[in-house]
Design a protein around this ligand. Structure first.
Ligand SMILES: *Cc1c(COP(=O)(O)O)cnc(C)c1O
Length: 426
């Protein structure tokens, strides 16, 4: 067959291709459901563009102070409509997801307030933001205390522990949707809604913020639809659609977002300044494509789990369970397998495909780390990428793919390299 020949040209053997096709046959129904969610989300985004009368004037570059920046203002209205929030702060001056979360936290927490995480430890980079690991300018340095309630052994919320941890100083509750690089499950939007409702029943005026990284457009509802006062994320993940070269977003109540704007720029200036530097076409178009791009990445994650679980590797999430983010962990069991997997992902990239990834010591890790990525936007993890620390259980974290077809090639290529290294037999 012609397609088989094309794949052979890319370096994927007929045996690997056939193996992939056999796995895919069982996934059609699930992929149909993903397509339906993407279709719904596409309509949701489209109607926000139309309602806000997005036009060519929105794509003009502004420089300097950026007063009366129509593009920036409409982009924020579009985000607010998609997330069903009163307000949104979306701009290239937010440098990454960690920055967006830092702005949201430091704008809404004052000295003497307490921050609570009811879902265990937050994402690595937030530990210094909060001051769990001491750092200059952490929230701890500014007199904001922190408390965390671990999840129960089965990965569910410890409601009694959470009730006991909420007290008069508790000002803001941070809920991380995706597991990130932890081993706990990722939460569904419905679970997050239950948790928020519980927290608000204990303390009605507490602010609930959701770290939405990697979760956008995976469901047809977002945490802001189930009571979150702020949802926060990075534009070089799902909502940037692979086109945004930088940026972050905070969508939420006007009271919370106003404070975020004052924190990001300056008290008194808020959302009124911030030139768009010509990035508006990419930010609008990326958001427009984000539902289908996220759906493609999700299919890739499910395909990977079904390929590797069938070959005897433990996958988190497993091959059949429901999905709430685009991250796939595969426990490969050895350094050699991690290297082979990453070689395949790298070899399948549209950029830097000739590079060979190698494990190397990375600051902050107690073991070598391997990474594979050949991305248009540096470090973008909505693009096909894989990484993981070289230590037990030798788990590789796989995510992204700007199209499902590219994610598929990447996974088949990872399998090809595993076969060539004699690590699996089909
Ligand atoms: C990626 C991520 C972040 C941080 O985003 P950066 O853009 O890497 O700073 C925070 N939380 C979660 C759950 C993430 O996945």
């Amino acid at each position: 067959m012609k397609l088989n020949k094309m794949y052979q040209g890319l370096g994927i053997s007929p045996a690997v291709y056939e193996y992939g096709e056999a796995v895919l046959k069982d996934l059609r129904e699930r992929f149909d459901a993903i397509d339906q969610a993407a279709e719904y989300n596409q309509a949701k985004v489209l109607s926000a563009f139309q309602k806000n009368r997005v036009d060519a004037a929105c794509f003009a570059a502004t420089t300097g102070y950026g007063y009366n920046d129509v593009g920036r203002e409409k982009l924020e209205l579009v985000y607010a409509d998609v997330f069903h929030t009163e307000a949104a702060l979306v701009r290239p001056q937010i440098t990454c997801g960690t920055h967006a979360l830092t702005v949201a936290l430091s704008a809404n927490l004052l000295p003497g307030d307490e921050l609570l995480s009811p879902v265990g430890a937050p994402y690595d980079t937030l530990q210094e933001v909060i001051g769990i690991r001491p750092s200059p300018c952490s929230l701890a340095e500014y007199g904001v205390s922190y408390r965390q309630v671990e999840l129960l052994a089965d990965g569910t919320f410890d409601y009694e522990g959470i009730r006991a941890a909420i007290h008069e100083k508790t000002k803001l509750i941070t809920i991380q949707r995706s597991k990130g690089y932890a081993t706990r499950p990722t939460f569904s939007v419905a679970q997050i809604g239950e948790l928020i409702a519980f927290c608000k029943s204990v303390k009605p005026d507490v602010i609930c913020m959701v770290d939405n990284c990697y979760g956008e457009f995976i469901d047809t509802v977002e945490p802001s639809d189930v009571g979150a006062d702020m949802v926060v994320g990075s534009l070089i993940k799902n909502p940037g659609g692979g086109l945004a070269p930088i940026g972050g977003y905070i969508c939420g109540t006007k009271a919370c977002v106003d404070r975020c704007a004052y924190r990001l720029s300056a008290p008194g200036l808020g959302q009124e300044v911030g030139a768009n530097l010509g990035l508006m076409p990419a930010l609008f178009q990326g958001f427009f494509l984000a539902p289908t791009v996220s759906a493609g990445a999700l299919k890739g994650a499910i395909f990977a789990a079904n390929i590797y679980e069938r070959l005897g590797f433990r996958c988190v999430p497993n091959a059949t369970e429901p999905r709430h983010d685009i991250i796939q962990a595969v426990e490969l069991g050895s350094r050699e397998a991690m290297v082979a997997f990453c070689k395949g992902i790298q070899a399948a990239a549209p950029v830097d495909s000739y590079v060979t990834p190698e494990p190397w010591p990375m600051p902050g890790y107690d073991s070598d780390v391997i990474m594979a990525a050949g991305a248009f936007v540096q470090g973008s993890s909505i693009e096909l990428s894989a990484d993981g620390p070289i230590r037990e259980p030798y788990a590789i974290y796989f995510q992204g793919g700007l199209t499902w077809y590219h994610a598929k090639v990447g996974i088949l290529m990872s399998l090809q390299k595993m076969v060539e290294a004699g690590l699996v037999t089909l």
